[in-house]
Ligand binder design. Sequence first.
Ligand SMILES: [Zn+2]
Length: 289
Amino acid sequence: MPKSPRKRVLVLAPHPDDEVLAAGGAIQEHLRKKHIVKVVLATLGDGQRRGLLLPKKHFLRLGERRYRESLAALELLGVHRERVIALGYPDRGLAPLWQSNGSICSSRYTKVRAVPYEFARTPHALYTKAALLAELQEIFCQERPEIVYLPHPRDRHRDHQALYLFAEAALHQSALHPQRRYYLIHYAGWPLPAGRHPQRPLTPPRRLRAQTWLNLELRPEQLQRKCEAIARYRSQIKYFEENLFRFARRNELFALHAGPTHESPSLSLHLPRFLAALRPARNSDRSRG
Ligand SMILES: [Zn+2]
């Protein structure tokens, strides 16, 4: 009897660490079931709210360091480094990229206008909306994932909101319909309390309770492994230890629908209009032969 093909899973992370905080348990569970898991890091977290006056070299080194931290954390969960795809778009710059129309953006931190990392999927790709959309679309078409983990549109971090928009637009263009599993990281201090509470369950924020949430209970050894993986993000642990470990709970939660767009943050309101505008463009391309 022919073996059934292994399920393919993509985890999209705006910054190195989101993949493990949100889905460190889910990743282990997919691997346990022999699914193929790949992780896409949209930025390398090469920005820092404080420190704008530091030289660009500092931020490039930070990006490289955070990439290595992700590789180490994911390796611990069983994801080989070849399955980690770094894109290298600007940290704290995905929302301006989404809102730019055709212009080239630059990073306020690294001061570059193109992907500066040689190990990225496409080194020197210009920081344009079209380039990131095309790159995600290519990844979706190559990988043909059945399940995609991506930021929840109500996440308060603008990079997270923007990656949601980029991913939905790229899926729309690819005409693929994987199951989406939306995760929250930044949402008004959620989950409370901060710090380590591994035995407490993660519950949906009150305002989003009406959504359908997939609850994944972690096995004790999966939770243990997730904690060890979180500890690999040393550059972040240094400043945000309490925030990082608040996601090491006995379960993980994923919304199965993005929710009504009229409730979404300002950035999301552009999505339906943007998707509608994509269709005629595709048709006219085809008619030109
Ligand atoms: Zn993030």
